[in-house]
Design a protein around this ligand. Structure first.
Ligand SMILES: [Zn+2]
Length: 269
């Protein structure tokens, strides 16, 4: 499933090819995505894309008088192809920019393509979203303040998109390992100092994943869309029973909120 780093890499991959260019046509072959693709999306021809932004895992194509909202769902991808390239079975939407076509592929159709003429942050899908972890505003003080009322574990807190967006299961486990924090620690018990370590670890983990994806940027043009998601070398994630890369103690696997958490009981307190 595309996580925040994949979405950010997609944003960086497509932006240079679409910003400042005019949409000359929109072809919707399948409108039954997670929600039906609205008529307004088909009527986008003639608008120029001013910027490609991202909020959580939503890509926002600023078209001046509104934003095209794209979510990749479980299996979606966007890439640029030449106009003559025949669409595959799961290539549901084409945005033609003349010499290039921005094509959405989504085999499972859990993705979304919507339009809003309101400020995107006010959209029903975005207004409840938490803070962006890579923003400057996300610092130790902010995390400390955000966690004060929460009896929940820090692992579950990190994964709650109403508090912080884009810290999925993998990144939560990895960040807690790097910060030396036990995943079951109650969020409100974290000291400011530990919040500082955790914020740094979250930013480091997400940035490393974006960098890993950055090496695949050229695949956004002309690729077959079969890119895998970035396999970085994980510290603990998916390594239950194996030796901790730092201290060799066996990595433990527990379940929190129906999601697997991996951690090292010796390195994380
Ligand atoms: Zn360890």
């Amino acid at each position: 499933m595309p996580e925040l780093p994949e979405v950010e890499v997609t944003r960086r991959g497509i932006a240079p090819h679409v910003v400042g260019r005019r949409i000359v046509g929109v072809k919707v072959r399948e409108s039954r995505l997670r929600w039906r693709v609205p008529r307004a999306v088909r009527a986008l021809a003639g608008r120029a894309v001013r910027a490609v932004k991202r909020r959580a895992k939503y890509l926002l194509l600023d078209c001046g008088d509104g934003h095209l909202i794209v979510h990749l769902g479980m299996s979606g991808s966007l890439r640029l192809v030449a106009p003559g390239v025949k669409p595959g079975k799961h290539d549901h939407i084409d945005f033609s920019f003349g010499e290039q076509v921005l094509r959405l592929r989504d085999p499972r159709r859990f993705g979304a393509v919507l339009w809003t003429d309101q400020p995107p942050e006010a959209h029903r899908l975005m207004r409840h979203l938490g803070i962006e972890p890579l923003s400057r505003r996300f610092d130790a003080r902010r995390l400390h303040a955000l966690t004060r009322k929460h009896r929940t574990s820090i692992k579950q807190f990190l994964m709650d998109g109403r508090r912080i967006v884009g810290v999925g299961n993998i990144y939560a486990s990895e960040s807690l390992f790097l910060a030396g924090i036990h995943p079951r620690t109650r969020a409100r018990r974290l000291s400011l100092q530990r919040c500082e370590r955790l914020v740094a670890a979250i930013k480091q983990t997400l940035r490393a994943a974006i960098r890993a994806g950055g090496s695949t940027l050229r695949d956004f043009v002309g690729g077959d869309g079969a890119r895998g998601y970035y396999q970085t070398r994980y510290w603990v994630y998916g390594r239950g029973g194996k030796g901790c890369r730092r201290c060799a103690a066996p990595v433990r696997r527990i379940v929190q909120g129906q999601r697997a958490t991996y951690y090292c009981a010796r390195c994380q307190r």
